[in-house]
Design a binder for this molecule. Sequence first.
Ligand SMILES: Nc1nc2c(ncn2[C@@H]2O[C@H](COP(=O)(O)OP(=O)(O)OP(=O)(O)O)[C@@H](O)[C@H]2O)c(=O)[nH]1
Ligand SMILES: [Mg+2]
Length: 379
Amino acid sequence: MAALSRDTYDGPRGPLSNTEDSDSDIDIGSLLEIDSSKKKGWDDKQKLIKICQKEVGTISSGKRPLNIGIIGLPGCGKSSLLNTIFASFSDDKWKDITATESYGGLGRQISQHFISFKKEKYYFRKGANNEEVDEVLMPTFIRMKAFGDLNDEFTKELLNIIFYGRMQEPGNLSDVLNHYQNYGLNGLKEKYGQGKEYLVIDRVIFVCSGDPITTLPTQLMACVSEAAHGVRSIPIFGVMTNSDKLNGRNNPEVKKRETEFRKHLGISNTRFVRIKNYCEDIDKEMAYMFSVIPQIDVRVLKLMTRVFSNALEVTNPEARLEYPSTDIPGKSVGAKTVPPRPQPAPSEIGFAILLLLITILVLFTAILLHFCMKPVITE
Ligand SMILES: Nc1nc2c(ncn2[C@@H]2O[C@H](COP(=O)(O)OP(=O)(O)OP(=O)(O)O)[C@@H](O)[C@H]2O)c(=O)[nH]1
Ligand SMILES: [Mg+2]
């Protein structure tokens, strides 16, 4: 087991000893009897859930649910964070809700790089004032996978496409890349600038491992920050995972990394949290498959009260990117909806060709007459 920090959860029966064989000793009976409500942090969890419910409100407000984008490098803990968030709204148990990869023929895995998790998938309780579950405006979370540490033209446009609701589901980012490689930036804008809006992003959570041995994705952070501060200004939050492996409070390396992380995202301490996710490292027995761990939930819920806050506004919520149809020298691209290129109507094309043919025929006849007919001179 990895070196554990002081606030590491010890499992339902206390810390595992070195000699304990965790695989063969699992006692399902005792795991099923675990009462999560007796665990430390339970009351705080309930209070924080109430705050979250009040922040999001109900459908009677006339608002739509928030759309929260989750982004970060591969393996940083995005799916684990989502499962942790979903467990934090459950009194029952952790579930692997994000394991949604679908499979094509011959067992080929189809990557869904852009996938949403709506309330129906994770929220099963009444509202703050006992409203029915379907009344509560719990947010939709959107996981964005397969981003590298890049701040290039393509990544910027891809983020614009997603943040401004131009990506349909299930979204495969390699399709977007192929289109970019074949038709360039304007081709991309033209294709994704049209169609109905879907899941316009209201908040972004940037996820990063807290482990100082991994590189901080400063390029992607800059790119996300720039895209989020476009014509709409979308609030950004930062989450550092793996806190169970690191002694974050006392480790200067970890503290330095956290400061850098916040600086690159341009966020204050109130928009940042260091967490440990529900994962095998925190409990080899995975007792959380039968219960929840309020101490983990509380850290995540504290952040959620801020993410869901109705005091937070997207600046210019109705503003949208427009795309230019052609590049105007000296003017930056990326700001107007691409109007479909004007195409002549089929009847207009036919008429133009006919006119051209008649002109050629007349010219040809004139030349023929000129050379073939000898002038008749009469004296
Ligand atoms: N110890 C520890 N491990 C974690 C934590 N969060 C995630 N992990 C582990 O890190 C690995 C990657 O986590 P994922 O949640 O799959 O990462 P991801 O960002 O969704 O990865 P992709 O889907 O490939 O982009 C898994 O083995 C997790 O169990 C954490 O807080 N602590
Ligand atoms: Mg994942």
